[in-house]
Design a protein around this ligand. Structure first.
Ligand code: KPL
Length: 301
């Protein structure tokens, strides 16, 4: 059987993790704009550090040129939310006519941004709790095997079932779901509580639990996001405060993705996380004042 063609847009931690895991089972191309990562992957392959094992994938193609990319059965969008618009412009050049685009990015609003350039029936929203940390250009460390969930519709089901099989074979545990909104918002609630605060306080996730003042802000940001979800009719199965505290404890030693962004001087995902909750909350007449302050402080930073 012909191996599927998969283009991964991005060269960061999750993009590299997915590329390295999928490379034995698919023809994988990484389409990115980080020159050092592209050069390293071309010259030395893509390196995955998994526990004490070092795996080098030499069959991953890395390029910044969409013209060099074969028509892709699947395009995985794994760039920061602030780069979604740029990614959207590349997709029509690399997507096969019957291909699917899967966004596995943080926050909300990415599918809408992609839909400006891609037919909405070809866009699949997903979320992943896979963990990965960049060790250097083209070198990624696996940091906790999470679950990937993909929103399925009758039109996308057949192709997504093939992708699910491929992901599972590649040890990327994957589930298809008809109700992704709950999972997206349950993740967003956690990210609202942890990401901005750790970026502002320059601390690891667990430190938010150690001071009453920080913990109260984390709890309140998560609670406001929960109220915004409920007001939209999205069913939320978690207790927001208990869950955000549990995740902060379980990922105590993590430097959140937003802390990593501000440390690197990169644009953060604040608009797709706390910023998005503030915009929706304001429209719905819900108090989102803690998220508003956090979003403004991160913007100011
Ligand atoms: O998803 C995360 C992130 O850093 O973006 C958490 C859950 C906060 C773990 O660090």
């Amino acid at each position: 059987m012909k191996r599927p063609t998969i283009t991964i847009i991005g060269t960061g931690a999750l993009a590299s993790l997915f590329a390295a895991r999928l490379a034995p089972y698919a023809q994988v191309t990484m389409l990115g704009s980080w020159p050092a990562a592209l050069a390293t992957i071309k010259q030395a392959g893509l390196t995955l550090l998994d526990g004490t094992t070092e795996i080098v994938r030499r069959n991953v193609v890395a390029t910044s040129n969409p013209v060099a990319v074969p028509p892709s059965d699947y395009v995985l969008v794994l760039v920061k939310a602030s780069q979604t618009e740029r990614a959207a412009k590349l997709i029509p050049e690399v997507l096969a006519p019957d291909g699917l685009v899967i966004t596995l990015q943080n926050g909300i609003g990415n599918a809408e941004t992609l839909a400006v350039k891609v037919r909405p029936v070809q866009i699949v929203t997903g979320i992943t709790t896979q963990g990965a940390n960049m060790q250097g250009p083209g070198v990624v460390r696996a940091a906790g095997a999470g679950l990937t969930q993909l929103a399925t519709t009758p039109q996308t089901q057949a192709k997504l079932t093939q992708l699910q099989l491929l992901f599972n074979t590649a040890t990327l545990a994957t589930k298809l779901t008809e109700d992704l909104a709950s999972a997206v918002w349950e993740k967003l609630i956690i990210n609202c509580g942890i990401n901005a605060l750790t970026a502002l306080l320059r601390c690891q996730n667990g430190a938010l639990l150690e001071k009453n003042s920080a913990r109260a802000l984390m709890d309140q940001a998560a609670l406001e996001a929960y109220h915004v979800a409920i007001a939209q009719g999205i069913s939320i199965a978690i207790d927001p405060v208990a869950k955000v505290r549990a995740v902060a404890a379980a990922t105590a030693a993590n430097r959140s993705s937003m802390l990593q962004d501000v440390t690197r001087g990169s644009v953060t995902e604040i608009e797709a996380i706390n910023g998005a909750v503030v915009r929706l909350g304001n429209n719905l007449g819900i108090d989102v004042s803690t998220n508003a302050v956090l979003a403004n402080l991160v913007r100011a930073l």
